[in-house]
Design a protein around this ligand. Structure first.
Ligand code: MN
Length: 480
């Protein structure tokens, strides 16, 4: 993945100035310490040059977005034809080569060269006039805060490119009668690019039958290096290894990075995949339980945006009104990337599904600030809901609840946070991410032009209800 840096200029100020613009632009690009590389491409002087570089960016599969900056005055009519073709995310970096105005050195030549305050406003106008979705970052390019904003946009752009190519394998259908995990797969493919298709559980069972004992031995060694467990549980754990290997083979064969399953359709399987799904999530795959392919997709995207981060499929289970905390867990499938301690594999009965007791990882989630993310289908359109939460170390040991778990308090406050989530229609399933920022998620939503509802310390139920009504006006809604 690369980002292309395009500097805007024109020929009015002569060759000497253009050489300086290019040299300065290269220095700026070399100074950007961002998670994904930025490559200087061009100092654009004409409509034709801009149109051609945009066509090249669109065609290049490794180009995840363009960054523009008008060092000299680049009149914006020359950008119209190119920008109208742009299919990649766009960041307008409103910077300047020098941080301060040099008192003695400033003269008319300096003014003509360093006119971002002038050219970038012209550039900003055409972005606004064309209603182009773009991220705007202002500040000196050496400033760490400016570079962090560019980094957040890069992560959103990488997530967007990943989304446009994302394939999700569904083993079985949606859990019977559940509404929020349903959704319009055609709409999601048109909007986010996801290819969501179903494979029979029988296909998975056939693949499981082909897994060799040697393959299972190798995965058991990996489990032993990462987790603790009792030898007495080996047989049940080996069955999870068999499931994991078979699921991953199908995902690799199909080029998929996320999957869903449901405990109501495990025909021919002895255990609900628990450890298997957890370890696949730790490898970067997205997962959604009970057929929840939307949360599976969002989990995969967040993991692609933050490859070394902490993110998991999650579920709000039960409340402690006294301590003002939500217990987040699932019957099995929580990603060990969020663990505060070395996870332990345990085998216990499940209570539903009528299968053998499944092996699962048990641990406490780590404390810290995080976000709960839910993508819902509002009927002909999507809403992305993101709530700021603070995770705390669980204050009880809960010895009879052998699952991975975490506890958190939502913003703006416990009760108003719950009211906001319910009003917005957020699901019980979420992606819990310790890394994603407001800026990155806003950039992501803007790239796809989907409704974004952020619930944070500034939110009130009054402001939220107004914003949701505005969202209905902007994005349209289907009457009940
Ligand atoms: Mn669930």
């Amino acid at each position: 993945m690369k980002f292309w840096f395009i500097t805007g200029s024109q020929s009015l100020y002569g060759e000497e100035t253009l050489k300086q613009v290019e040299a300065d632009s290269r220095e700026i690009v070399a100074g950007l310490k961002t998670p994904f590389p930025v490559e200087y491409k061009l100092t654009a002087k004409t409509n034709e040059e801009i149109t051609e570089i945009v066509k090249q960016a669109n065609r290049d599969d490794d180009c995840a977005g363009i960054i523009t900056f008008c060092h000299t005055f680049s009149p914006s009519k020359m950008w119209i034809n190119g920008l109208s073709l742009l299919q990649k995310p766009w960041l307008h970096l409103h910077t300047q080569f020098l941080e301060t105005i040099p008192n003695d050195a400033i003269d008319m030549d300096y003014m003509n060269l360093h006119q971002s305050a002038h050219g970038d406003r012209e550039h900003g106008f055409i972005g606004a006039r064309m209603r182009m979705p773009r991220s705007v970052v202002a500040g000196h390019w050496k400033d760490a805060a400016v570079q962090e904003k560019i980094a957040e946009w890069q992560r959103a752009a990488v997530g967007a490119l990943f989304s446009q190519n994302l394939k999700i394998v569904r083993f079985g259908d949606n859990m019977r009668e559940v509404a929020v995990t349903e959704g319009d797969k055609v709409e999601v493919q048109m909007r986010l690019g996801w290819q969501v298709n179903t494979w029979a559980v029988g296909d998975l069972v056939a693949e499981m039958d082909k897994v060799t004992e040697a393959e299972i031995d190798a995965l058991m060694q990996e489990y032993a290096s990462l987790y603790t467990f009792d030898e007495a549980d080996s047989e049940a754990i080996r069955y999870q290894a068999r499931e994991e290997i078979a699921i991953e083979k199908i995902l690799i064969r199909e080029g998929a990075h996320a999957f869903s399953n449901t405990f109501q359709d495990l025909y021919g399987m002895k255990q609900l995949p628990g450890l298997a799904s957890q370890h696949l999530m730790a490898k970067g795959y997205g997962f959604g339980a009970e057929g929840d392919w939307k949360t599976a997709g969002m989990t995969a995207i967040i993991k692609a945006m933050y490859p070394d981060g902490q993110a998991s499929f999650m579920e709000d289970y039960t409340y402690d009104y006294g301590h003002e905390l939500i217990l987040g867990s699932h019957m099995l499938e929580v990603c060990p990337s969020i663990a505060a301690e070395k996870p332990r594999i345990e085998v216990h009965p499940l209570g539903i599904g009528g299968k053998e007791p499944p092996a699962r990882l048990v641990f406490e989630g780590k404390a810290g600030d995080a976000k709960a993310i839910s993508l819902i289908d509002c009927g002909g359109r999507l809403r992305l809901i993101v709530q700021d939460v603070t995770c705390e170390k669980p204050f009880q040991t809960m010895p009879n609840l052998p699952v991975a778990r975490t506890m958190w308090r939502p913003q703006p406050s416990f009760l108003e946070g719950l009211e906001c989530w319910i009003i917005a229609g957020g699901a019980h399933h979420t992606v819990l991410s310790y890394n994603v920022t407001d800026r990155a998620i806003r950039d992501f939503a803007r790239i796809f032009d989907i409704e974004l509802v952020c619930l944070n310390r500034d939110t009130t139920t009054v402001s939220l209800e107004r914003d949701l009504r505005l969202g209905d006006m902007i994005y349209g809604h289907t009457l009940h």
